[in-house]
Design a protein around this ligand. Structure first.
Ligand SMILES: [Zn+2]
Ligand SMILES: [Zn+2]
Length: 315
């Protein structure tokens, strides 16, 4: 099969079709999307070697279970089901987990991918693939509401109007929160506004402007300290940024101001799919361009430009 392979550099190559193990199925990838994590992987994040890619929609082509021949999306954390964390409903943190296209598990930038059947979610057969590929990043946005109680009267600042920042902003907007999204890039601010998101240029924010909840999805190492500057004492800081070069932050500020810091990664697929299927969140304006899989190297180059939003791959 054709596959994108990373071992210090990206190359499009021929690799054997993967063999599903016990309780796993083979999936033909129909659509995928490039995430910031994929770009960070090419910069050394997680020291990953193999086939990257974790946002996808595909069709199950093996097994005889309820998924055979059906269109699916798949959760990216593959877990043991037996360790302490799995037994305590924290499967996404399983001590022996592998992560699709990110850690010890080949990903979706290939003709085929293998995943445990229990990771799969059926989608309506006629559901647009361009929307289905947003399930994983939208789940990451929904995760904030699984973790933090945010009341409608609390002021929220979201830093970063990139791919994930926009999805997070849409979910906050849908929840009726008093949220404003800030970015340094005027094009991104205008994009956010065109999607009905309350957004502004970061330069218009003064040091005295503070919120009860700050969400950092800048994707840059300095984003955390910047978000802390705009948090009220006793406020909550939600961190979404993962970068290959980690940042140094002043922990004294957290102690003195009694900030609550919440690390936030992957989220639940079921509510994310609900939002997409019911049309409550429409990520279509976030799509920058769709490339054919054979042009995936060009797609990566395009996605690496600073103001590029979501790049989709048609397999
Ligand atoms: Zn992602
Ligand atoms: Zn486990």
């Amino acid at each position: 099969m054709k596959a994108l392979f990373f071992d210090g550099s990206l190359k499009l190559t021929e690799l054997p079709v993967p063999e599903p193990g016990k309780d796993e199925v083979l999936i033909r990838v129909l659509y995928s999307a490039i995430c910031n994590t994929d770009l960070e992987i090419t910069r050394g994040y997680m020291a990953f070697k193999g086939i990257p890619g974790h946002e996808f929609m595909g069709e199950v082509v093996s097994g005889s279970g309820k998924f055979y021949g059906k269109k699916v999306v798949g959760e990216i954390n593959c877990y043991c089901g037996e360790c302490y964390l799995c037994r305590n409903a924290r499967m996404r943190h399983c001590t022996s987990r592998t992560v699709l296209g990110i850690y010890a598990h080949d990903g979706v930038f290939a003709d085929y991918v293998v995943l445990p059947e229990r990771n799969l979610h059926l989608i309506p057969q006629d559901f647009p693939a361009q929307l289905a590929v947003f399930t994983e990043p939208l789940a990451a946005a929904v995760e904030i509401f699984e973790q933090v109680h945010i009341s409608p009267s609390q002021k929220v600042y979201i830093f970063g109007a990139g791919k994930l920042g926009l999805l997070i902003s849409l979910v906050f907007k849908m929840n009726g929160c008093d949220a404003t999204t800030y970015d340094t890039n005027e094009t991104k601010v205008n994009k956010a506004r065109s999607m009905g998101i309350c957004a502004g240029l970061l330069s218009t924010l003064n040091d005295q402007d503070k919120a009860e909840v700050c969400v950092d999805c800048t994707g840059s190492a300095g984003g955390i300290s910047q978000a802390m500057t705009h948090l009220y004492p006793g406020g909550k800081l939600v961190l979404k940024t993962t970068v290959a070069n980690s940042s140094k932050i002043d922990l004294n500020q957290i102690v003195i101001n009694e900030f609550e810091i919440i690390g936030s990664r992957c989220g639940p697929f079921t509510p994310a799919l609900n939002l997409l299927i019911k049309g409550l969140v429409d990520p279509t304006p976030i799509i920058a361009k769709t490339f054919d899989f054979t042009d995936i190297l060009a797609a990566f180059e395009f996605a690496s430009k600073p103001d590029t939003l979501k790049v989709l791959i048609k397999h």
